[in-house]
Design a protein around this ligand. Structure first.
Ligand SMILES: Nc1nc2c(c(=O)[nH]1)N[C@H]1C(S)=C(S)[C@@H](COP(=O)(O)OP(=O)(O)OC[C@H]3O[C@@H](n4cnc5c(N)ncnc54)[C@H](O)[C@@H]3O)O[C@H]1N2
Ligand code: MOO
Length: 405
């Protein structure tokens, strides 16, 4: 159905998406599957780290009061391997052979490195040649004190964090649930990956792109399909997926063509957020809320679908996880010509470099909405403001560096 749409600015569209209230749910997961999850509470140290006085070097533990008048012979009372303990009191003239990481006898005040010793004639003794400045003992709690916050709430756990948690015997963590997202590509022209190419048909290239964009942003895609332009089927699938997801992303079928049924669903929704944006590519980008689920209808054109994800979905999926967007907004200089003009602001797919304290952006190949050859190599989007004259090379503009690129 051809109806007039009122375009809004990108900033206003982003504000509307940003105003969507979030349901925050948490879950407890095993550490083995906690990498990149976001902590929903502070984790405190249940004990000091290290939790015992630890030798930092291989050598001999002695009393602090014995640390003088070298060279001198000491009686070796035994050996402490890493993992063992020691509870025999030391007396003046005693030494205990000790390994890096091992428990230091309570009364020992120094570990003399093996390099500063030599064997004595009597095999039960060792000669310490000289002292050394450091005690070579790491006191309990040097690294972390009992009760300290070892990983704070809202932090994304990474492999280093997994090591920290494991060092304290933590086996499970409370994290935010990932937003569950359904992806529905529409279009009778779409082939599945295992189909043969046919005249007039195309592979559903947006589907795999969106799924992976969502996943690398921290969302879960537990439903992904492609549907022909069948109004009843699209409506039924949308309703089913809206009932079970926080977000449904559709692509295609949102313009004014005879088979653009997503646009029709948007018009009937509880709350239409927008159905036209003053942007290229992706002016038809549409969003509506139905029964508390957001339906983000991206354009089917691959360039517009890619751009729409970064402009509207990446920040929202991050927000669901209590995270800021990972798209980095910078000022950058247009470093090569882009001669096209437009009545709407254009988010140009570019590459960038940083030199002499300045970002430079380079238009990346063909920048049409329907072109896709540059999707792999695009590393940023740069703003070409709407104008009747081309933006001059050397002009400074806004640019957004894309995550994982
Ligand atoms: N008369 C008008 N026609 C169009 C207008 C307009 O204002 N008046 N707007 C144009 C603009 S701008 C855009 S953008 C597109 C948007 O169309 P839709 O978002 O409805 O997408 P489709 O028409 O379904 O497809 C557009 C294009 O993308 C291809 N496509 C679709 N899905 C996929 C997919 N999953 N993977 C790869 N490629 C896909 C599709 O085959 C089309 O070539 O509308 C213009 N038309
Ligand atoms: O809005 Mo469409 O994506 O410009 O080409």
């Amino acid at each position: 159905m051809l109806t007039r749409r009122t375009p809004i600015s990108v900033a206003d569209a982003q504000k509307k998406i940003n105003a969507i209230p979030l349901k925050t749910e948490t879950e407890v997961v095993a550490l083995t599957s906690a990498n990149h999850r976001i902590l929903a509470e502070d984790v405190h140290a249940p004990y000091d780290y290290p939790h015992f006085r630890r030798a930092g070097m291989d050598g001999y533990a002695i009393l602090a009061s014995d640390d003088h008048d070298y060279p001198r012979e000491f009686t070796v009372r035994g050996e402490i391997q890493a993992g063992a303990t020691w509870d025999t009191p030391l007396h003046s003239g005693d030494a205990v052979r000790i390994m890096t990481g091992a428990y230091v006898p309570e009364d020992a005040g120094k570990v003399i490195r093996i390099e500063k010793t030599r064997p004595a004639d009597d095999q039960a003794k060792v000669q310490i040649i000289t002292t050394e400045e450091k005690s070579n003992i790491t006191e309990a709690g040097t690294d972390v004190k009992d009760g300290d916050v070892i990983l704070p709430k809202n932090q994304e756990i990474n492999p280093g964090g997994l090591a920290v948690l494991t060092a304290f015997g933590v086996q499970t963590v409370k994290v935010y649930k990932k937003p569950r997202i359904a992806i529905i590509a529409t279009g009778t022209e779409l082939l599945a990956a295992n189909d043969q190419i046919e005249p007039g048909k195309i592979f559903n290239s947006n589907g795999i792109m969106l799924k992976n964009l969502v996943e690398e942003t921290g969302g879960v895609v537990d439903f992904e399909t492609q549907l022909p332009d069948d109004a009843a089927l699209i409506k039924q699938t949308l309703e089913e997926q809206m009932a079970t997801h926080e977000i449904v992303i559709t692509d295609g079928g949102v313009s004014v063509g005879d088979f653009d049924y997503i646009g029709d669903e948007a018009r009937k929704a509880d709350q239409l957020l927008f159905n036209k944006i003053k942007q290229r590519p992706g002016s038809v980008t549409t969003a509506f809320v139905q029964n508390n689920t957001l339906v983000m209808a991206l354009s089917g054109n691959p360039g517009a679908c890619f751009t729409g994800f970064y402009l509207y979905m990446e920040p929202l999926i991050r927000r669901y996880q209590h995270q800021a967007s990972r798209i980095k907004h910078v000022r950058a200089v247009l470093a090569a010509p882009y001669n096209k003009t437009n009545g709407f602001d254009r988010y140009l797919r570019c590459t960038y470099e940083f030199k002499n304290n300045q970002f430079y952006v380079y238009p990346n190949g063909i920048n049409r909405s329907g072109s896709l050859a540059n999707l792999q190599t695009t590393t940023c989007l740069a703003l070409i403001p709407h104008s009747t004259t081309p933006m001059k090379v050397g002009t400074e503009t806004d640019a957004w560096l894309l995550p994982f690129k």
